[in-house]
Design a protein around this ligand. Structure first.
Ligand code: S3P
Length: 438
């Protein structure tokens, strides 16, 4: 689907409520399915990725039902699943169960940690983009725990033969919440202790929910240890997704005259790097009504048009705290004075698309002065965005939404090819946007 974005003639005003966090929605379904007892999950994401996780756990035999569009009732299986009891599960050979993960890296990587220690065999499949994403990062540590996984040269489909696992201490060279969560989930069901260490702390929703649901977990700076334990179900309210809010934050800062409130935004310290960057750039942003729910910080954000943004350097420990926001931060940086340098972000090349190459190519086309680097990019700001072109989203939801924001301030309209991919994380994106523009 091609979406045409016209330069915005009005400013953005009013209020917008941000839908559920994608990372927490995945984990709420997975961990409640693994827990003992029944719970209600409120404000579940409508994104296709989270629905891939939901369908997968239903196929594993977990009793999950919708109370309404965003509220789930989950009866946990208590650590061990029984797909053989599912009459609608198609097994293509005896005792091998196929589970499609769609476009969702979080589903495939976290579920691998859960299935590796079950007493049945399964195959995880993905769509074209997911089948190109690296899986060695989870296969290697899981194998050290005794898992038996085969892949196509480190890529999906993954064939997982259930085995008894044992704990390990794993020092990861990558800061990755997906790898960390995979290993911690495997550790819950392994013999002995499992410790995962990473260079900088990546998003810690797994740790927060593990604590909330009573798993045996100890956290020491960037090192997390779990011991075998069964979680106890508890109701979960999911906060709004700061990665979705990032598109609105950027729009508010760069669309002239804008002043609005973004409500219910998750403000977890391991995710809020974009707020720090906006402050570093001199953007007008204010946090209101901050409080905690189900172990997560949440609040409202007031954002105002900021004429005098300044470029900055984004690197090191910043990166895991804003990894998914970098495409839209590039749009923001295009309107700041001076250079913005993004480095140490090489893993951006392993996302739904090669987010360095594709971003540089498409933003250059729109008129941004952006240079590709091996592990990031450099932007020289105050670019006039000419637009008047067709951009490609490369089946990548975050690129599609970033180009939409660029289109709002371009001189001529922009056509975005593959805009329907926004359904992966944020199906409500355009509808919420148009409310602010009215
Ligand atoms: C996620 C972790 C991040 C992020 C992804 C969601 C998660 O990936 O980019 O969108 O929910 O754990 P990495 O762990 O690969 O950095």
């Amino acid at each position: 689907m091609i979406k045409t974005v016209k330069p915005l003639k009005t400013s953005l005003k009013g209020e917008v409520v941000i839908p559920a966090d994608k990372s927490i929605s995945h984990r709420a379904v997975m961990f409640s399915s693994l827990a003992e007892g029944e719970c209600i999950v409120r404000n579940f994401s409508s994104g296709a990725d989270c629905h891939s996780t939901l369908e997968l756990f239903k196929a594993l035999g977990v009793d999950i039902s919708f109370i309404d569009k965003k509220t789930l009732k989950i009866k946990g299986a208590g650590a061990k699943f029984h797909p053989e009891k599912q009459t609608n599960t198609y097994s293509f050979s005896p005792y091998v169960y196929p589970y499609p993960c769609g476009n969702s890296g979080t589903t495939m990587r976290l579920v691998s940690g859960i299935l590796a220690g079950q007493n049945f065999n399964s195959v995880l499949t993905g769509d074209e983009s997911l089948s190109k994403r690296p899986m060695k990062r989870i296969i290697e540590p899981l194998s050290l725990m005794g898992a038996d996984i085969s892949s196509v040269d480190g890529h999906a489909p993954l064939t997982i033969r259930g085995r008894n696992l044992h704990g390990i201490t794993y020092r990861s060279s990558l800061s990755s919440a997906q790898v960390k969560s995979c290993i911690l989930l495997a550790g819950l069901n392994a013999e002995g202790e499992t410790t995962f260490e990473e260079p900088y702390v990546s998003r810690n929703h797994t740790e927060n929910l593990f604590k909330y649901l009573g798993a045996d977990i100890t956290i020491n700076n960037n090192s997390v240890t779990v011991r075998p334990s069964v979680m106890q179900a508890k109701d979960i309210d999911i906060v709004g997704d700061i990665s979705s809010a990032a598109f609105f934050i950027t729009a508010g800062l760069i669309v002239e005259g804008s002043d609005f409130i973004i409500k219910n935004v998750g403000l977890n310290e391991t995710r809020s790097g974009i707020i720090d960057v906006v402050e570093r750039m001199g953007g007008d942003i204010e946090i209101l009504n901050q409080h905690t729910t189900a172990g997560e910080e949440v609040g409202d954000i007031r954002v105002r048009y900021s004429k005098n943004l300044k470029g900055c350097t984004i690197e090191g420990s910043d990166i895991p705290r804003l990894i998914d926001e970098l495409p839209v931060i590039a749009v923001l940086a295009s309107q700041a004075e001076g250079e913005t340098i993004v480095k140490n972000a090489g893993d951006l090349r392993n996302k739904e698309s090669d987010r360095i190459k594709c971003l540089v190519q498409e933003l250059s086309n729109i008129g941004v002065h952006i240079k590709e680097q091996e592990d990031g990019f450099v932007i020289t700001g105050k670019s006039k965005l000419k637009g008047g072109c067709e951009t490609e989203s490369y089946h990548d939801h975050r690129l599609a939404m970033s180009f939409y924001i660029a289109g709002l301030i371009a001189e001529n309209e922009i056509a975005i090819n593959g805009f329907e991919w926004t359904k992966i994380s944020f199906p409500e994106f355009e509808e919420l946007f148009s409310k602010l523009a009215m």
